[in-house]
Design a binder for this molecule. Structure first.
Ligand SMILES: [Zn+2]
Length: 255
């Protein structure tokens, strides 16, 4: 009897979570109301440089992302004022759970559950009501000349974790990565080759019909880079050099 009640309650909770996830996902791409995106800085390397950078952060440092989404959805014939509204949250003093070890399907699934749990618990005291999308930006000192670990954006749970450089000069390219991960949370997929990072043709190109094809002048946001030649691509300096391509537009239901 008790066991049946327990299972019943559990099923009810699971059902509730599934329905609310579906509703959030449908609402996040209906493009008729503003999406509220909150950005939380994290000092990833504990450095003074990252500390100073985070202390000076202002919400307007991220306005390029709002302008990008604004411009691109208008290009697809949507007229919604401020489709994305960005807010800057307070610093988070905890690091997100790491994936750790060889990524397997099971490990990734478990980790994404952990991230969702972590994201809502760590923002609990500052988020009432909760935003639609949460993006955690981990700042690293630019003098650490290492390759930043990959950033992630999870559609389930609407959470992104971005690795970024604590430098004014990298503000624009940081915003490119944030916009990329944000669009993942809406269901957009990657359009680059994971082996070398080069965008895939034609869907990962900003101007796939351009002739001659190289050099491209723009990046497709989910391709992530501007294809300079067939073998070489670079991350755009700012979102002014990025577009939402047709396949991405379909994935986030702009078309
Ligand atoms: Zn991606």
């Amino acid at each position: 009897m008790f066991k049946a009640i327990r299972i019943g309650i559990l099923l009810f909770i699971l059902f509730f979570v599934a329905v609310s996830t579906l509703l959030t996902q449908a609402r996040s791409t209906d493009w008729d109301s503003s999406l509220w995106v909150k950005i939380y800085p994290i000092n990833a390397d504990g450095s003074e440089v990252s500390r100073g950078y985070i202390d000076k952060l202002e919400v307007k440092d991220f306005s390029g992302i709002e302008a990008f989404i604004d411009r691109e959805i208008a290009r697809y014939g949507r007229d919604l004022r401020r489709p994305v509204r960005i807010e800057l949250g307070r610093e988070i003093t905890e690091q997100p759970p790491a994936l750790g070890g060889e990524p397997s399907a099971w490990r990734v699934m478990l980790w994404s559950l952990k991230i969702r749990w972590w994201a809502s618990s760590v923002t609990d005291e500052q988020d009432n009501p909760a935003p639609d999308v949460r993006i955690f930006v981990r700042y690293h000192s630019p003098s650490d000349a290492f390759r930043l670990e990959n950033s992630v954006g999870l559609q389930k749970g609407m959470v992104g974790i971005v690795n970024a450089f604590a430098s004014r000069g990298q503000k624009g390219s940081n915003n490119v990565v944030i916009a990329h991960e944000f669009l993942h949370t809406l269901g957009a997929t990657d359009k680059y080759d994971p082996a070398d990072g080069n965008p895939t043709f034609p869907e990962g190109y900003g101007e796939p019909d351009r002739s001659p094809r190289f050099p491209q002048r723009l990046a497709e946001i989910m391709g992530g880079r501007i294809a300079i030649s067939a073998l070489d691509a670079e991350i755009p300096k700012s979102l002014r050099y990025a577009v939402i391509g047709e396949q991405t537009a379909e994935e986030i239901r702009l078309r």
